[in-house]
Ligand binder design. Sequence first.
Ligand code: SF4
Length: 367
Amino acid sequence: MFPKVRQVYSGAKPSMHAPHSYVNALMPWYDSQSRDLPWRQKGQDHADPYGVWVSEIMLQQTTVAAVLDYYARFMARFPSVEHLASAPLEDVLHQWQGLGYYSRARNLHKAAQVVVSQYNGAFPACEKSLLALPGVGPYTAAAIASMAYNIPTLPVDGNVARVFARLFKIATPLPQLLGEVRSRMGAFTGHGPHHGDIAQALMDLGATICTPARPSCDVCPLRGLCQAFAASNTHAYPVKAPKKTTPHKWATAFVMRNTQGDVYIRQRPETGLLASLMEVPTTPWDTQEPGEFSPPVQGDWQRIPKPVTHIFTHFKLTVSVWLAEGVTQDPNLAGMWTPLSELSSHAFPTLMDKIFKSAGIKINTSS
Ligand code: SF4
């Protein structure tokens, strides 16, 4: 499949401002250097839109290396959009455990049901319809459109934006830079036989060569076209936006075990942060450090010396963890007492993993 792609690009020498220069310079490098990833197809073959979609949603906030195992497990459990649509949400959240940002898993589940009910299981082939699916933003819509349907568009994430910022010396900081890049994507789109390859080549270049701190310009296929390289100021791009301070919240968590050693857990509300996931009781997450509090039941409460910290997208949370063992079960508590061996069958957010760990409880998530 590759020779056909290479024939189109080969022989054309990149020159500044010439049509096709950027693509002609980039694609021979991609043909020989690209990463083999399970959701990819190169050359004339189109990728499976379901695989592209799942991988792109997983890759939001997570690296390729970290996603590979999760992707393999997820696809083994839900091999098609129909399997995902018909699975209980709890199963989907459980498979997602460890990836964080659980709204992504909930949206995957909802969108799979839309694809099955409205599109008979076939993903729509235009960006506008893809954008209407729950949880699908401009980046993911463009990734599916280009990689699975060969539509001349470009998924623009931080990696691709960095390449553009340096290539064209764009002085706009993120996130406005993303819009600026989209308006210049014509330098790469519409100039090759397979637009998905061009999109993936740019993603790879940003991830492996045009890296944030020390770009490897000496081996970059776009070096001859790069304005920042020519001006010896690649370090100045992308321009940084002034730093915002992250809000800080505090809470107290209560880890309770009964006389059999079972752990008390309950389900979070169906909406809001970490919706529907399991947790131990906590005080409200407040911008003030907690003062006096009442534990959910009487017991011999011991404070774990080191608090747990967790960074969410918009705030940092510090949790003071208290542990009580051998407590008497209170029939007024609406949650469940769960044996240690069964904790792994529930979906907990990463924050709860940290809280359990600090209280000396390990959840076996290998199953
Ligand atoms: S020459 Fe350097 S700065 Fe320019 S695109 Fe290539 S790696 Fe990035």
